[in-house]
Design a protein around this ligand. Sequence first.
Ligand code: 9MR
Length: 695
Amino acid sequence: MFRKSEAIGAASVRRTLACLILLCSIPAAASAQGTTTAIRLNQVGFFPTAVKQAVVVDAPTNAFRIRTPDGVRTVYEGTMAVARTWVSAQENVRLADFSALQEPGSYVMEVDGLGTSYAFEIAVEPLQRVAVAAVKGFYFQRASTRLAAQYAGQWTRAAGHPDTSVKVHASAASASRPEGTVIASPRGWYDAGDYNKYVVNSGITTGQLLQLYEHYPAYFDVFATNIPESSNTLPDLLDEVLWNLRWMMTMQDPADGGLYHKLTTANFEPMVRPSAATDQRWVVQKSTPAALDFAAVAALGARVFRPFEATVPGLADSLLDASFRAWNWAQANPGDRYSQSAMNAAFDPDINTGEYGDGSFLDEFRWAATELYLTTRADSFLYMYPPSVSGNASVPGWPNVASVATVSFAHHRHAAAAVLDTTELRRHLLGLVNQLVEGRRNNPYGVGIGNATNDFYWGSNSYVANQAYMTLAAYRWTRDARYLDFAVANLDYLLGRNATGYSFVTDHGDKVPLFPHHRPSESDGIARPVPGLLVGGPNAGREDGCSYPYPPNAPAKSYVDSVCSYASNEIAINWQSSLAYLAGAVAAHLTPGGLPLSTGRETGPEGVSSPGLEVWPNPAGSSVNVRVRMEQGMQGELALYDMLGRRTPTGGSEAFFGPGSHDVALDTANLAPGVYFARFVSAMGTRTVPIVVVR
Ligand code: 9MR
């Protein structure tokens, strides 16, 4: 068991380390003026050709210079922009731009009368380490497994939360699984600083990581994070995603396709090792957003994993089947909100952990419909929930996934053209990102957050990263450099160019969180917290009521590096996925030779190598004609599925086909009237066409 005395011991070691890191990282000889925290910049590094900016608070002069940390060489001298007040931080600041400096090296910025900044790098691959650590952060969040030293270094730990005897809570009881039924629901990532696992928050998290792979496959095919699966033939990013996806699949009730909202203890467990946290775990009430987020992720996963059929046989089909079943459950149960207070009023035991209680589901319906359409090309999903391209897109978050769908449509815009006006889609996306770019231009820190004081809410760092997630979608579409600059600037914010002066990613920077609200870090007796984790960031709400003093009351400074501050200093997987996306995408774009914009794995009608599938007549009677077309040297399989994703035999007429064009007649005489899907799967992609059978 973890003891209080150990906690104090660990904390004091960390404080000593903080002193060492903060005050001693730049040798005294480096500067007569000493290190100042009034110069705020990305403490990790800059790409040679990218925009490079720093913020100087209360600068006594206009001039700044960049020099080597030993003071020997000055490599750049510049003049800062005019001073401006950042209301969100109650600060008077000037922007210093040194984008013209491209020479790789290690440097500091110096301002006379103020001092020198922390050291930073200009390098060819300055952020690769952060990108890897951001994805590796998910490995450290894995439930139900031991973390071996070979992969986890000093953060090795024993397995905890096997989740092989999870009980069905009264709120989730069903005929086939009455209250108290024991089920297995292992794996998954711990949500945050707590040890529970929540389907809704897993939705956007897993979705963004799958998109990261889908958008930058060439970069992530060779991206290595040193995890137990690194030696297999799946990209490490997808191996990591699978750890959670397999858990999510266990949260689906096999009887009806609905998803339990979360897997949780009744109360938050104490700050102990995972292996020492042994309270009974429950699956609770099914909810509509849980079903829909899962339907979206599983459909997206089916698309992304399809090319890896040989490594994970059947996975893509299982995911698509599971997605259909969750989608159908949500059609039948379109308004099941998770309200913890209502549930606790009706059932025992009371559950007092995180709620993720979203009350509006239209965005989840649309996201699920979008991913199901993009994977199957069956536009019936979109007839039910037409894509929304009116007004401007929004920055997504766990309760608002509308823009996750927008990003998928923007990526598959050729396929989207069959079902929506892509000029409108583009206007919808650019409407938002142009506003963001304009906001950044007017922002004294040159970043996307803080023009409105209510920008600083719980998890505001993910708002910063998700703004960039949207501008990156626009950049891939338009190649307008302002959108990539925006993403770089927001990443700079997370790595130090912000009003707190912290790099918000543990272990990456000079002034970093040492006391995140994170049970594994707090209970391990190790001075440094688990590396690569993004903390929530400034939060004017200060809901934790921490007695540890927050800085003076400015929204942009409402952050405290204290374990007590779960409202500003916790970590969470949905914030982590936004960082992984941002750091990974920026690195993919700016690393020489790392620009992986080909979407060769995209399924669908566009591109010469996609398979063809036509069906007539439709609606069909007792038989239906199907034409499949394949390129030279390929083979594909045709099969029919029902609305529940079950393979439906049609009297032996389904078959494998080689190259060329083939016509077959499927016998539908024995099928019940309804909607079916003809699906043609080949190495180059999948085509699915809905068939309506009438009598
Ligand atoms: O990220 C969530 C934030 O948007 C909410 O305002 C907050 C309070 O409901 O909860 C946050 O999520 C927490 C979850 O409920 C439990 N695990 C830790 C999450 C991060 O703090």
